[in-house]
Design a protein around this ligand. Structure first.
Ligand code: NAD
Length: 421
C-alpha cells in the first residue's frame, strides 16, 4: 500500500494505536491495511466570494473510513491546520467509536483548512454552502452523514442541510446531524458530548471512591464540549479550578464560576478578558493537582513529558486523540494508576445523540429531551460496563479495551460480509 497520502503525526498516532490493538487481537498482517486505510477520501476546492469581492480558495476534505456497518458518520472541522492525514485519523477513530457504541455507522470526518474566526458571517455561509455543494455527489443519508466538530456549529449544519435539500428539491434533514432544534435537530444534541464526558467522569469518580462534592476538575478547551463538560461537572458539586481555550488559561484553587465563564464566552467569543488575576501558563495548568483533567480541545496535548508530570486521578478525554501513544506508555509506567476514560468512550455522547437525531429525522417523530438524555446515559453505561469488564478480563488499559471492542466489531462485520468481488 502506498502510504504517501496519509501522513502526519495524527495519522501516525491512529496507525500506532491500531497496531497495538491488531497485535492484541492477533489480526493477520494482510488484513491490517484493509482495516486502517479509508475506503474513500475526497479533496475539493472551494472558491468563495469574500466581502471585498475577492475570490479566496479553500481546500476541503471528506474521508469515509469504512461503510461495513452503515453510512459513514462524523463531524466537519473548520480549522487552519486541517489536512488529509488529520481528517483520515479522525475518521478512523470515529469507526472504532461508533462500533464501540454499537451504532449502525462507519467512521467519517471532514474539514476545511480555514480559520473560521477570520471570516464574516456571510463568508462563513458562502464557504459552508460551497463545501457541501462540492460534497453532494459523495454524501447522502445512507452514504455519509455529517455533523459539527471544531469550528462548526448548528448554524453551519443548517446551511449544509439547506444546500443539500435545495439540490434534491425536498427537505432532507437526515443528511446532517447537530442541526438547530426546529430545523430537524434533536433536543439534547448541543450538550450531548460534554454531558457524556461529565457523566463518565462521575462513573470514574465513583469507581475510585471519590465523592463529587469533594472533587476538583480542570477543563482544557471551552467550546461546545469543554463548556458543557464543565457545566455538567459543576452541576453535581465538582469544583472546577481551571479552564483554558486558545486565548488564555485560568486557574483558581478556590473554584471558578462556570456559568459566568460561559456567559463571558457567549458575549466575547473567547475566555480572554474574564479575569486578570487567575491567568496561568496553559501547559502548566494541565500539571496542577486535580481529580478530573478533561482535555476538550485538540489532539496530542498530553505527550510523554506531560504524562509523567500529570497530577490528576482521572483523565476524561473529551477531545479526540488528546493523548499520544508515547503518553499512554508513560502513563502505564507510572505506579499511581491514573484512570483514563479513552476518547472513543468518553466523547461518544455526541455521536450517540447524532444517531438519535438521524433516527428521529428518518421517522419524522421527535422525542422529549428527557427521553434523549435517558437513552444517552443508558447507552454510555452499556459501553462503560463493556470497557471496564474487558480491561479487567484481559489485563489491559481502558484504551486498549475500548478499541479492541470497536475494532473487533468492525472486523467481524467486514469478515461476515466478505471481500468484494
Ligand atoms: P469548538 O470549536 O466548539 O471548541 C474548541 C475549543 O478548544 C475552543 O474553546 C478553542 O478555543 C479551544 N482550543 C483550541 N485550541 C486550543 C489549545 N491549543 N489549547 C486550549 N484550547 C484550545 O470544538 P468542540 O466541538 O468543543 O470540539 C472539541 C474537541 O472535542 C475536538 O477534539 C473534537 O473533535 C472533539 N469532539 C467534539 C464533539 C462535538 O459534538 N462537538 C464530539 C466528539 C468529540
Amino acid at each position: 500500500m502506498n502510504e504517501s497520502l496519509f501522513t502526519g503525526p495524527v495519522f501516525d498516532m491512529a496507525r500506532d494505536q491500531l497496531i497495538v490493538i491488531a497485535d492484541h487481537l492477533s489480526i493477520p498482517e494482510d488484513q491490517r491495511d484493509w482495516l486502517l486505510y479509508p475506503k474513500r477520501a475526497i479533496v475539493v476546492t472551494c472558491p468563495v466570494r469574500m466581502e471585498d469581492q475577492r475570490i479566496e480558495t479553500f481546500v476541503g476534505y471528506r474521508v469515509q473510513h469504512h461503510l461495513a456497518l452503515g453510512p459513514a458518520k462524523g463531524g466537519t472541522r473548520f480549522a487552519p491546520n486541517v489536512d488529509i492525514g488529520e481528517i483520515a485519523a479522525l475518521a478512523v477513530w470515529m469507526s472504532w467509536k461508533c462500533a464501540l457504541a454499537d451504532l449502525p455507522f462507519g467512521g467519517g470526518k471532514g474539514g476545511v483548512a480555514v480559520d473560521p474566526r477570520a471570516l464574516t458571517a456571510k463568508e462563513l455561509e458562502n464557504l459552508s454552502r460551497r463545501y457541501m455543494q462540492e460534497m453532494i455527489p459523495f454524501v447522502g443519508p445512507r452514504t455519509d452523514v455529517m455533523a459539527p466538530d471544531m469550528g462548526t456549529n448548528e448554524q453551519v449544519m443548517a446551511w449544509f442541510m439547506d444546500t443539500y435539500s435545495m439540490y434534491q428539491g425536498v427537505t432532507v434533514p437526515e443528511i446532517v446531524t447537530g442541526k438547530p432544534v426546529g430545523s430537524g435537530g434533536t433536543l439534547g444534541r448541543r450538550e450531548a458530548t460534554g454531558h457524556g464526558v461529565a457523566f463518565l467522569a462521575f462513573r470514574a469518580l465513583d469507581a475510585l471512591d471519590i465523592a463529587p462534592s469533594s472533587a476538583t476538575a480542570i477543563v482544557q478547551g471551552f467550546g461546545n464540549v469543554g463548556s458543557h463538560a464543565a457545566l455538567g461537572l459543576a452541576a453535581r458539586g465538582v469544583k472546577v479550578i481551571g479552564v483554558s481555550d486558545h486565548s488564555v488559561a485560568y486557574y483558581d484553587p478556590m473554584g471558578l464560576d462556570v456559568k459566568a465563564l460561559i456567559a463571558h464566552v457567549a458575549t466575547y467569543g473567547v475566555l480572554a478578558g474574564y479575569s486578570s488575576e487567575a491567568v496561568i501558563d496553559p501547559r502548566v495548568l494541565l500539571e496542577q493537582r486535580c481529580d478530573v483533567l478533561a482535555p476538550c480541545a485538540v489532539e496530542r496535548v498530553i505527550d510523554g513529558d506531560l504524562a509523567r508530570r500529570l497530577n490528576c486521578r482521572i483523565v476524561a478525554e473529551g477531545a479526540n486523540g488528546p493523548t499520544t501513544p508515547e503518553a499512554d506508555r508513560a502513563l502505564a509506567e507510572r505506579n499511581d494508576d491514573i484512570f483514563v476514560i479513552p476518547d472513543i468512550l468518553c466523547n461518544a455522547g455526541g455521536v450517540i445523540v447524532s444517531y438519535f437525531e438521524w433516527v428521529q429525522d428518518l421517522q419524522q417523530y421527535f422525542w422529549s429531551r428527557d427521553e434523549v438524555m435517558d437513552r444517552l446515559e443508558r447507552a454510555l453505561d452499556r459501553s462503560w460496563g463493556l470497557v471496564i469488564a474487558r480491561a479487567k478480563r484481559d489485563g489491559v488499559s481502558n484504551r486498549t479495551a475500548a478499541m479492541a471492542i470497536g475494532v473487533e466489531r468492525v472486523v467481524k462485520s467486514k469478515q461476515m460480509r466478505g471481500l468484494f468481488p
